[in-house]
Design a protein around this ligand. Sequence first.
Ligand SMILES: NC(=O)C1=CN([C@@H]2O[C@H](COP(=O)(O)OP(=O)(O)OC[C@H]3O[C@@H](n4cnc5c(N)ncnc54)[C@H](OP(=O)(O)O)[C@@H]3O)[C@@H](O)[C@H]2O)C=CC1
Ligand SMILES: O=C(O)C1=N[C@H](C(=O)O)C[C@H](O)C1
Length: 242
Amino acid sequence: MARIGIIGSEGRMGQAIAAALATAGETLSGGIDKGGDVEALAKDSDVLIDFSSPHALEANLDAAVAAGIPIVVGTTGLEERHHWLCDAAAENTAVLQTGNTSLGVTLLAHLVREAAQRLGDDWDIEIVETHHRMKVDAPSGTALLLGEAAATGRNIALADNSERGRDGITGKRGTGTIGFASLRGGTVAGDHTVHFLADNERIALSHLAENRTIFAKGAVRAAQWLLGKPKGRYTMPEVLGL
Ligand SMILES: NC(=O)C1=CN([C@@H]2O[C@H](COP(=O)(O)OP(=O)(O)OC[C@H]3O[C@@H](n4cnc5c(N)ncnc54)[C@H](OP(=O)(O)O)[C@@H]3O)[C@@H](O)[C@H]2O)C=CC1
Ligand SMILES: O=C(O)C1=N[C@H](C(=O)O)C[C@H](O)C1
């Protein structure tokens, strides 16, 4: 049995992960929130699970590296520099960062990549996500993950081909771009639809999360899988064998 530490332990996901750990028969080594001692938590743990804030990421990665333990990063709202930090930490320990730990979204990303690869850029791609009113980042990490999957299928760079935050006189849609739209309200755990829109026909690929259990179970599974892995950056498809 592994000792698993949670960063963001009192949050919505932190509590769901603690419940999933208990169900899986794993040991919770401890949990911290803002102002907590992540180095001490890392010393008491065999693996860390971080669902907190991008502001905490650097210290969390440093603590995992210093303690020589792997870390699962589920926090979203990450910018390019946060991905560089994950890459740097992965030179010294095992790091798995993902915008969504669920089996369903992991499979959806695979399907989106396949569809984008097969459909030409006369098929416009638009990603729509809906989340609860408490969510602080947009587009969601999952929407960006799905956008990356579509961009990979199209063999283009998402950063150079995104349309985000349309407002006012936007001009026509750019051919080959990937659009993002975010809805916020109520208690929605997380809905994502990738629309492929062509002349006279459309395809919509969706994942609807009914509660946070799916994310929590996936995070625990990722932590279990990371134990004993050599340094490097890992992905959810590897964890789930997809
Ligand atoms: N990858 C995935 O599958 C999923 C990812 N997420 C992501 O996980 C993150 C957390 O979501 P959620 O639980 O809903 O958010 P919450 O706001 O409910 O919880 C966040 C927790 O992190 C803590 N926290 C904030 N800053 C720090 C810090 N510097 N160091 C340590 N802890 C800190 C907060 O503590 P305090 O209250 O003291 O500030 C709080 O307890 C979000 O980025 C969300 O998008 C969510 C679901 C699934
Ligand atoms: O903040 C959330 O709640 C969620 N965040 C993740 C994201 O940004 O994609 C995953 C899930 O959709 C729930």
